[in-house]
Design a protein around this ligand. Structure first.
Ligand SMILES: NC(=O)c1ccc[n+]([C@@H]2O[C@H](COP(=O)([O-])OP(=O)(O)OC[C@H]3O[C@@H](n4cnc5c(N)ncnc54)[C@H](O)[C@@H]3O)[C@@H](O)[C@H]2O)c1
Length: 332
C-alpha cells in the first residue's frame, strides 16, 4: 500500500514510517521541521528513514497550500496519516497562534487537498486532552466540549472539521486520540526526555503535585501497532449507522482511543527512569500547573473491538528502551 504521513520527522511519525517501511509499504513523508524542538533530532529521524528508496521525504509546511496540494495529488496514497501538529499543552499558553496555524489552518489545508484527491482512509491524530476534566475512564462517546488547554481546543476543532468533510465529501476518517506516548527518539519537551537528561546531568527535576499524577502511558511501538491495525479498518456510513459507539450517524467517521487503559503514577514512572539510569533523581517539588489534567485513563473497548489489540508494554521496559536510546544518541 502507499501511505502519506504528515509529521514524518516527528516522534510518532518517525516510528510509524519505520514500521510501514519494514512491512514493505511505500511511504511519502511531509514535515516542515518546525523549531518547537531541535530540528537536528527531526533531521536525524528523517535520515534514518531515507536509507530505503521506499521512502520519499518532503520538507514542506502544511500552510503551503500549493505544495501540499501537489504532493497529495502526486502521491495518490491509499491511506493518509495526519500527525503533523503543534503539540504540547503548556506551550499553548505561550504561543497560541502557532496552534491555530499548524493545527487548524494546516488540517484545513490537508482536508481541502484531499477533497481533490480523496483517499481510502484518512487517519488524524488527536489527544486525550480533549477529555478535559471528564470522569474517567475517558470513552470516545463522552462529550468533549470543555477543553482545559488551547492545544486541546485546536485538536477538538480538527476532529469536528474532519467530521464535516467526512460527511460532505464521503472521506472515511478515523480520529486517533493518543495518551502520553513515550519511547526512544522521544520529544525533548516531554517529561521522560527532560527527566532523563536532568537525572544523568545530576540536575533537579520539576515534579508537579508531589508526583501524584497518573497517566495512561502508551509505548510508541504499541501506539504504532494500533495505527497500522486501524489503517485497514476504514469506517463506512453503514457501520456508523449500526452500533458503533465511537462513530457518527452522519458520516464515515469514528474516534478511537489509542491506549492500554492502565494508568501509572508519575512517581512510578520516575522510579523506572532511576532504575534505568542507575541514578537517584533530585526532586524540585512544584504545584500542579494549569491546563494539565491530574489523571488520564482511556476506555479501550473500541480499540480492542476493532483491532483485537491493546497496548501492554510495561513502563519499566519502555523507559529502559528510551534511556538506552538517549545514552547512545547523545553519547552520555
Ligand atoms: N506524543 C504524545 O504523547 C501525543 C499525545 C497526544 C497526541 N499527540 C499528537 O500526535 C501527533 C504526533 O505527535 P508527536 O509526539 O510525534 O509530535 P512531534 O512534535 O514530534 O511531531 C510533529 C511533527 O509535525 C511537524 N510539524 C509541526 N507543525 C507543522 C506544520 N505546520 N507543517 C508541517 N509540519 C509540521 C513537526 O516538525 C514535527 O516533526 C501530533 O498531532 C500530536 O498532537 C501526541
Amino acid at each position: 500500500m502507499r501511505f502519506l504521513v504528515t509529521g514524518s520527522a516527528g516522534f510518532i511519525g518517525y516510528h510509524l514510517c519505520r514500521q510501514l517501511l519494514a512491512h514493505g509499504h511505500q511511504v511519502d513523508g511531509i514535515d516542515g521541521m518546525t523549531d518547537y524542538y531541535d530540528p537536528a533530532l527531526k533531521r536525524a529521524r528523517h535520515g534514518q528513514l531515507s536509507t530505503t528508496n521506499l521512502f520519499r521525504a518532503h520538507e514542506v509546511m502544511l500552510e503551503d497550500m500549493e505544495a501540499l496540494t501537489r504532493i497529495v495529488g502526486e502521491t495518490q496514497a491509499d491511506v493518509v496519516v495526519h500527525l503533523a501538529a503543534q503539540a504540547g499543552v503548556r506551550y499553548s499558553m505561550e504561543e497560541p497562534r502557532s496552534y491555530v496555524s499548524a493545527n487548524i489552518v494546516g488540517t484545513f489545508n490537508l482536508l481541502e487537498a484531499l477533497r481533490a484527491a480523496p483517499v481510502s482512509h484518512l487517519m488524524l491524530a488527536s489527544t486525550s486532552s480533549v477529555y478535559g476534566a471528564n470522569d474517567m475512564p475517558f470513552a470516545e462517546s463522552d462529550r468533549t466540549d470543555h477543553p482545559l488547554s488551547f492545544y486541546a481546543a485546536t485538536k477538538k476543532a480538527t476532529e469536528v472539521m474532519a467530521h464535516s468533510y467526512a460527511h460532505l465529501w464521503n472521506q472515511p476518517t478515523t480520529i486517533m486520540r493518543f495518551f502520553t506516548v513515550y519511547g526512544p527518539w522521544g520529544r525533548p519537551d516531554m517529561a521522560l526526555f527532560k527527566f532523563t537528561r536532568s537525572i544523568l546531568e545530576g540536575k533537579p527535576i520539576d515534579i508537579y503535585n508531589a508526583g501524584k499524577m497518573q497517566r495512561d502511558f502508551t509505548y510508541v511501538e504499541d501506539a504504532v501497532e494500533g495505527i497500522i491495525r486501524l489503517a485497514d479498518i476504514a469506517p463506512t456510513r453503514a457501520d456508523s449507522l449500526a452500533a458503533d459507539p465511537a462513530g457518527s450517524p452522519a458520516a464515515p467517521w469514528r474516534v478511537v482511543n489509542i491506549a492500554g487503559g492502565k494508568p501509572v503514577e508519575l512517581d512510578a514512572y520516575i522510579g523506572a527512569i532511576e532504575a534505568a539510569t542507575g541514578r537517584v533523581a533530585i526532586r524540585n517539588e512544584l504545584p500542579m500547573p494549569t491546563g494539565e489534567p491530574q489523571s488520564t485513563l482511556a476506555a479501550t473497548r473500541e480499540l480492542e473491538r476493532l483491532t483485537g489489540f491493546l497496548p501492554s508494554t510495561p513502563v519499566e521496559t519502555g523507559v529502559r528502551a528510551f534511556v538506552d536510546w538517549y545514552r547512545d544518541f547523545y553519547k552520555v
